[in-house]
Design a binder for this molecule. Structure first.
Ligand SMILES: [Zn+2]
Length: 510
């Protein structure tokens, strides 16, 4: 079963309550326990004052310490209402009978203007699993056995499910890291091969034992847990791989980032681990990709079906005169690689269609930068971003004007909330038809790159719920508030995912 199917299934199993209902319960003093199960760094930006902060990965261990009665009403909150569904199901499986998920998550809570507070980040407990006992029946592997298999021909995939601030100190060499809260969402991006052996690692093996059955539920056949976790691995004298992020070369390259308190080594490490998908290597994609690569965003995906045309070079700065006729994704790869060889570039020299979109978007992207220049693709990207719960940084340009905003699923509006219907094709000219001032996509694309970096780092106020309109002729920047449409066909509360439509026909293109 795919992650998305599982999500639909959970929506049928778990009671969802609205943020308004939660606020009412809290105000009326109802006997309810609200638990915020986001990552620690997300919680640090603010949480519902009455909520207990317990990251997803530690829930099954820590909640029983807070709540003794298994029939106590518990409401789980995450950022957008997806993780909390998984969390609720995990709690049901250990015997909690009255668990609900808050639809729309903390994003919805903030959006409706309810009270929240910022608390300082508390240090992780020294040994968060000490109190807990593994309840899983998943088979285990010892540190010595794992070390042997990593030497052999058929290496298992090792997935470390600890929190980011734990894995930053080191992990089993070759392991991929993925916090417990995103395990099930990321696993298919590590391997789709259901027969590949998988070893799940946590600090003592308890969190891994809770995570492993989720992989079995997705159809992975050979899933084991490292017995005693990373602690046992270290005690047996095996080496750790420390994240390669900040080598001396990286410290040099990104030194001007390291000086900024909002970024620093931790933020730069996070950028190096980040994955951004760009729609288009054209006017907007060029400056956006160029600066994201320079900033050290670790993986850039680029989708573009075009070849470089001489008329592109007035604005598409990734390309040059010698490359006329070359696929744009290849030209982009060469330019970006020359700028920063550390960045992994993944390309698709194809149209984005409803047939290939899930395959591409399902690879686990943190942010999508939409630099597309046609309406069918724009709606398709929007729907895919909502479906896969990926923030989308949207930009568009026309002659001397441009606009930019951020569509964060369920935390703010999506493209369809703003534009439920596409304009008639004759009123929606492309750059080729209408023309565009060459530097304008530079301005808008760089604003998109700025927003993408802020979303990746979780710093500042991104453009969720705000749209910036730029008029370069008058040099005026206007900010418009934009709102969710409660009747939006793809992102409204409680809407069942309608599936992709025929976007060409929807936009009247053919
Ligand atoms: Zn919407």
């Amino acid at each position: 079963m795919h992650f998305r199917e599982r999500l639909e299934q959970l929506r049928g199993l778990i009671l969802e309550v609205t943020a308004e209902e939660v606020e009412e319960k809290l105000m009326s003093g109802a006997d309810v326990v609200v638990v915020d199960c986001r990552q620690r760094d997300e919680i640090a930006e603010g949480r519902i004052e009455e909520a207990y902060p317990i990251p997803f990965g530690l829930l099954e261990m820590e909640l029983p310490l807070v709540v003794e009665q298994r029939d106590q009403e518990v409401i789980l909150v995450c950022a957008g209402g997806t993780r909390s569904l998984y969390a609720a199901q995990n709690l049901r499986e250990i015997g909690f009978t009255n668990v609900a998920s808050m639809a729309g998550g903390f994003g919805r809570w903030k959006q409706m203007g309810a009270q929240f507070r910022v608390f300082p980040l508390e240090p992780l407990p020294e040994d968060p699993e000490a109190e807990a006992e593994a309840v899983s029946t998943v088979p285990t592997i010892t540190a010595a056995e794992l070390a042997g298999r990593l030497e052999g021909e058929e290496k298992p995939l090792v997935v470390d499910v600890r929190e980011d601030d734990e894995t930053v100190r080191g992990f089993v060499p070759g392991a991929v890291t993925c916090v417990r809260g995103r395990f099930i969402m990321r696993l298919e991006s590590f391997t789709e091969d259901r027969k590949r052996p998988i070893v799940v690692v946590s600090s003592r093996g308890v969190r891994a034992a809770y995570a492993a059955p989720e992989a079995l539920a997705l159809g992975y056949e050979d899933v084991v847990v490292l017995e005693g976790g990373l602690k046992a691995w270290q005690e047996a004298g095996y080496a750790l791989e420390v994240p390669r992020a900040l080598t001396p070369q990286a410290k040099m390259r990104y030194s001007r980032h390291l000086l900024i308190p909002e970024i620093g080594e931790e933020g730069q490490y996070r950028l190096l681990q980040s994955r951004v998908l760009l729609m288009g290597a054209g006017g907007l994609g060029s400056p956006a990709a160029y600066y994201l690569a320079a900033a050290g965003v670790g993986t850039l995906g680029i989708i573009d079906s075009d070849v470089v045309d001489r008329s592109n070079l007035q604005r598409q700065i990734l390309h040059n005169d010698q490359r006329v006729g070359m696929p744009k994704v290849e030209s982009a790869r060469q330019t970006l690689h020359a700028l920063n060889p550390d960045v992994k570039i993944k390309t698709w020299n194809t149209w984005l269609t409803r047939e290939n979109v899930d395959g591409i978007f399902g690879e686990g992207w943190d942010v999508v930068v939409d630099g597309g220049d046609n309406f069918p693709t724009r709606y398709l990207i929007n729907d895919a971003c909502v479906h896969h719960n990926i923030p989308c940084v949207h930009g568009s340009v026309y002659r001397f004007e441009g606009q930019v905003t951020v569509f964060k699923p369920h935390a703010g509006p999506c493209y369809r909330c703003l534009y439920p219907e596409p304009p008639p094709p004759e009123l929606a000219p492309s750059c080729a038809e209408a023309g565009v001032l060459g530097v304008l996509p530079g301005i808008i694309g760089m604003m998109q790159a700025t927003e993408a970096i802020k979303v990746l780092l979780g710093v500042g106020e991104d453009l969720t719920g705000r749209l910036i309109h730029v008029d370069a002729l008058q040099m005026k920047f206007r900010e418009l508030k934009v709102q969710r449409d409660p009747a939006c066909p793809v992102c409204a509360e409680g809407v069942v995912w309608p599936g992709y439509v025929d976007y060409q026909r929807f936009c009247g293109v053919r």
